[in-house]
Write a protein that binds this ligand. Structure first.
Ligand SMILES: Cc1ncc(COP(=O)(O)O)c(C=O)c1O
Length: 379
């Protein structure tokens, strides 16, 4: 059977229109119809082989979907952002009641617009009340903590509701949410799928091509297909997805482990949040490696605000999943979060350099520096 990394490079090969090895950038918004009148079929849209207009489909959007479908095993629809992907799920399901817990503030913003405009009822994900859609973010932003997908699938399905999972923090190959009962999966592909902090994109994965076709019809009218230029960048990024994600995951686990084991020697460090520190049984069954994102809380707001400016290799910026490590004083994006909290996204730098950088900003301790120097990481 063909494996992940081979698929991520070759699964779009049958769609190549040119002999270019690197994915070419197709800028056209419109495409010529077939020159044979016999092939002119009224209303023939959303067919990956017959491009008509780029809001409907274009070569690299089709390539992205072919590759993502092959690596995940599920029909995929690509969007111009993660929030477009989430809103597409809302449009498709059209819930009257949504059950949602801690989630990305933008997704909550969309739910609030639906409450305002369409009278949507919002209940907590732990509520036993009836809902039509249960939306679970796992691993959850900004903590990188896990929830048991099987448990929420059972809860949703026992009441006839659908379960959607925002798996942005755990892209393939870290988890397959469908295996544990998800009905719909979304990703902000701006993050790990894109991986280079240079494109905005979103993905929805569904369970059948019939459902995918409904999403495609909505996407055409909503105008939320990925842009031509971004799609070429995303095809480029998919080629290294597995390599990047596995390494980012291992580095994050390595850094979290060290910080946690030496926490008592780092007086400014109050808390570490990461799935690798959770002990629940379902985690080893569901996760195939840990999320590369974690959060820390320092002892005071003042220290947390100051910390990013002390670092050499972590840019102080929002977002995650790129090759560059980022740290964010999270209150900048989410005013409701603890003012002592910093979200950290691990990139592709050497784990020892990243760890030493964090330690330099936290504590002056030669013993810890020597310890880091002696560490080896086996990828
Ligand atoms: C968990 C999660 N879901 C959805 C989104 C929205 O994605 P985008 O910024 O691509 O619209 C984000 C963005 O940070 C996110 O972190």
């Amino acid at each position: 059977m063909t494996q992940f990394s081979t698929k991520s490079i070759h699964s779009g090969d049958h769609l190549r229109k040119t002999t270019d090895i690197a994915p070419p950038i197709h800028v056209s918004t419109t495409y010529s119809y077939d020159s044979n009148p016999a092939n002119l079929i009224p209303g023939e849209l959303t067919n990956p082989d017959t491009f008509v207009y780029s809001r409907e489909n274009h070569p690299n959007a089709a390539a992205i979907e072919a590759i993502v479908e092959d690596i995940t095993g599920y029909p995929a629809i690509v969007y111009n952002s993660g929030l477009s992907a989430f809103n597409a799920v809302m449009m498709h399901v059209n819930p009257k009641t949504i059950a949602i817990g801690q989630a990305y503030h933008g997704c909550i913003g969309i739910v609030e617009m639906w409450q305002r405009n369409f009278g949507l009822r919002k209940i907590d994900i732990e509520s036993d009340d009836q809902s039509d859609l249960l939306h679970l973010e796992t691993p959850v932003n900004p903590y990188g903590l896990y929830f048991d997908i099987s448990k929420y699938a059972e809860k949703a399905h026992s009441k006839g509701a659908l379960l959607s999972i925002d798996s942005t923090f755990a892209p393939p190959p870290l988890i397959d949410p469908f295996k544990f009962g998800a009905d719909i999966v979304i990703h902000s592909a701006t993050k790990f799928f894109g991986g280079h902090s240079d494109l905005l994109a979103g993905l929805v994965l569904v369970k059948s091509h019939d459902i995918k076709n409904k999403f495609l019809k909505d996407r055409l009218v909503l105008g939320t297909n990925i842009g031509n230029l971004e799609s070429a960048l995303l095809v480029r990024s998919l080629r290294t997805l597995e390599l990047r994600v596995k390494r980012q995951s291992k580095t994050a686990e390595f850094i979290v482990k060290f910080l946690n084991e030496n926490k008592h020697k780092i007086k400014d460090l109050e808390k570490i949040y990461h799935g690798s520190l959770q002990n629940d049984d379902y985690i080893s069954e569901q996760m195939n490696g840990h999320t590369p994102v974690f959060s820390i809380e320092l002892v005071s707001e003042e220290k947390a605000k100051e910390f990013p400016s002390k670092l050499k290799y972590f840019y102080h910026a929002t977002s995650l999943g790129g090759v560059e490590s980022l740290i964010e004083w999270r209150a900048m994006s989410d005013p409701h979060i603890s003012k002592k909290l910093l979200r950290i996204s691990i990139g592709l730098e050497d784990p020892r350099d990243l760890l030493q950088d964090l330690l330099n900003g936290l504590v002056d301790n030669q013993e810890l520096t020597d310890k880091v120097r002696s560490l080896n990481i086996d990828y």
